[in-house]
Design a protein around this ligand. Structure first.
Ligand SMILES: [Zn+2]
Ligand SMILES: [Zn+2]
Length: 450
C-alpha cells in the first residue's frame, strides 16, 4: 500500500475535507484525528511533488457534504438537550444518511481501495461529538451502560435522548400482615372500581384487593425524589400476603424510569419513605445501584429464616416437639406443589434443604418454631404436611394435625453471595448484612455432638 499515492488519487476525485480524506487511512498510526491525517497527507504530497499546498473548505466536501464541520454544533445541541438532567455517563450514536454512506463507498472505490477502508463516518462522528460532550457537561463516556444515550439523526436534523433508568437498592420490612408486595388489582372490576355503573363490591370500589402494597408505599417516593416518569418494584422473591417480613428485611430494587436526578441522598430518601409508609413498611440499607443488580436480586436463590406460630389439634409434649424438630433439622424435604399455589405454578415435586429447625411449646396445643431453609421451601406445608404432599413434615412426625396460624419471615440471606456486593453499586455500597447462620451440615452436627 502506497499511502501517498492513494491519497493523491482520493484528493483528485473532487473537493474532499481533511477528515474524510484521513478517515480512509484511519487504521494507519495512532494519536491522530482523521482531520490530522488528511491534512498531513495533503502536505506530504505537496512537499513530495513540490507543488503549492492547498487546503479544502470542509463545507465544499462532496463525501460528507460538510458534516465533518458540525461536530462542535452537534455536541452543543446534545448538551442543551439534557440541560435539566443529572447524569454521569453517556454514549453517542449516529444515524448516518444513506447518501453519505454511498459517497464514502464511491470515494474509496474510485481510488481502487476497499469500499470500507479505514473508518466509517458514523464511527468518527460518534467519537468526535462524544469527546466534545464530556467537557461541556462534566461527564464521561461509557461504552457499557451509560446514564444517557444520544442518537444523532442527521437526516432529521435532530438529537434523540434516551435517559436510562436509575436504580435504588434497599431492604424492606413489612410490619403488618395482609399487605402484598406489589399492587394487587381487583379482577372483578379490572382495576376500574366499577362493575357496569355500580361500585365494585369485591374491592369496595377502590380497584385494588388490598389497600396498601410494599410497592405503593415505597416506589412513588423514589420516583418523586429522582424526578422520574414512573417506577417499578423488583423484589428478591416475595412472602405470602399474610406473612410479615421482619428481621433482616428483604432485598429489593426500585427502578426509576427517565430520572432527572440520580445522585440522591439515600439517608434522606430512607427517612422520606419511612415517614410515608407510617410504620406499615420500613426500609434500610439503601444504596444507588447499577442496572445489573435487578437481575441479581430477582435471580439469587436466597435462603430464608421463618418464625411460625403453630397450632396442634391435640396436646404435644415439649420433648416430642424437640425430637420432631431435631429430625427435620438438616433434612431434605420433598414437596409436591402445594394445593394453595396449584393454580399458579406447574405441579411438580421438588427437593429443598432444611438447614435448621428449632422451637418451643407455648402451651400444650401451641408452639413457636423457627425454620431456616433453602430458597423455595414451603414452610406452611413443612408444618402441616399438606395432606401428605410434603415429606417429611412436622404433623406426621408428631402424629397430630398442625397448622401455621401466623408466619413471619425473619431473614433473607444471599449466603455466600451477599446482596450488598460493592460491585453492583454506584459510589458507596450499603453495609453488607452479616452472613446467614451456617447451615447445619451433617458433619457439623456430628462434630458438635457430645
Ligand atoms: Zn468531508
Ligand atoms: Zn373491584
Amino acid at each position: 500500500m502506497n499511502v501517498l499515492a492513494d491519497a493523491r488519487e482520493l484528493a483528485a476525485e473532487g473537493p474532499v475535507c481533511d477528515a474524510c480524506l484521513g478517515r480512509a487511512f484511519a487504521d494507519r498510526s495512532h494519536g491522530l484525528t482523521n482531520a490530522d491525517r488528511g491534512r498531513s497527507l495533503r502536505i506530504a504530497a505537496a512537499l513530495d511533488d513540490d507543488e503549492p499546498y492547498e487546503s479544502t473548505d470542509t463545507a465544499d466536501c462532496w463525501v460528507c457534504e460538510g458534516l465533518c464541520a458540525e461536530f462542535d454544533a452537534w455536541a452543543e445541541r446534545c448538551a442543551a438537550a439534557v440541560e435539566n438532567v443529572e447524569f454521569d455517563t453517556y454514549q453517542v450514536g449516529t444515524r448516518t444518511p444513506p447518501l453519505i454512506q454511498e459517497n464514502e463507498r464511491l470515494f474509496r472505490e474510485a481510488a481502487g481501495m476497499e469500499p470500507d477502508a479505514g473508518e466509517a463516518f458514523n464511527s468518527e462522528c460518534n467519537r468526535e461529538v462524544g469527546k466534545r460532550i464530556g467537557p461541556l457537561t462534566d461527564t464521561t463516556v461509557d461504552f457499557g451502560r451509560p446514564d444517557v444515550q444520544f442518537t444523532l439523526d442527521v437526516d432529521a436534523d435532530e438529537v434523540e435522548v434516551d435517559v436510562h433508568s436509575a436504580f435504588v437498592y434497599g431492604r424492606y420490612r413489612k410490619l403488618e400482615r395482609d399487605i402484598p408486595q406489589t399492587e394487587w388489582p381487583c379482577n372483578a372490576c379490572d382495576k376500574s372500581g366499577y362493575v357496569g355503573s355500580h361500585p365494585c363490591e369485591k374491592c369496595g370500589g377502590t380497584g385494588y384487593l388490598y389497600e396498601h402494597s410494599v410497592e405503593e408505599l415505597t416506589a412513588p417516593i423514589v420516583r418523586d425524589v429522582m424526578d422520574g416518569t414512573d417506577a417499578t418494584f423488583h423484589g428478591a422473591g416475595r412472602e405470602d400476603v399474610d406473612a410479615r417480613m421482619v428481621g433482616t428485611g428483604r432485598p429489593f430494587v426500585i427502578e426509576v424510569i427517565e430520572p432527572r436526578r440520580r445522585n440522591v441522598d439515600t439517608d434522606r430518601l430512607e427517612g422520606d419513605i419511612n415517614a410515608f409508609a407510617e410504620g406499615r413498611v420500613e426500609v434500610d440499607r439503601l444504596g444507588l445501584a447499577h442496572y445489573d443488580l435487578v437481575e441479581r436480586v430477582k435471580g439469587l436463590d436466597a435462603s430464608k429464616r421463618y418464625r411460625a406460630e403453630v397450632e396442634f389439634d391435640e396436646p404435644v409434649a415439649a420433648d416430642d416437639l424437640a425430637a420432631a424438630l431435631d429430625d427435620l433439622d438438616g433434612a431434605t424435604v420433598e414437596q409436591y406443589t402445594p394445593h394453595r399455589v396449584d393454580h399458579r405454578r406447574a405441579s411438580l415435586t421438588r427437593t429443598r434443604e432444611v438447614y435448621e429447625a428449632t422451637g418451643k411449646v407455648d402451651d400444650p396445643t401451641h408452639a413457636t418454631v423457627e425454620i431456616h431453609g433453602a430458597g423455595g421451601l414451603y414452610v406452611k406445608e413443612l408444618v402441616s404436611g399438606d395432606e401428605g404432599r410434603t415429606q417429611p413434615n412436622l404433623a406426621d412426625r408428631l402424629g397430630v394435625s398442625a397448622e401455621v396460624t401466623a408466619l413471619d419471615v425473619v431473614g433473607v440471606y444471599g449466603d455466600a453471595e451477599p446482596f450488598e456486593d460493592p460491585a453492583y453499586f454506584r459510589g458507596s455500597a450499603p453495609e453488607p448484612l452479616e452472613a446467614a447462620p451456617e447451615p447445619a451440615s451433617e458433619d457439623d452436627a456430628d462434630a458438635s455432638e457430645e
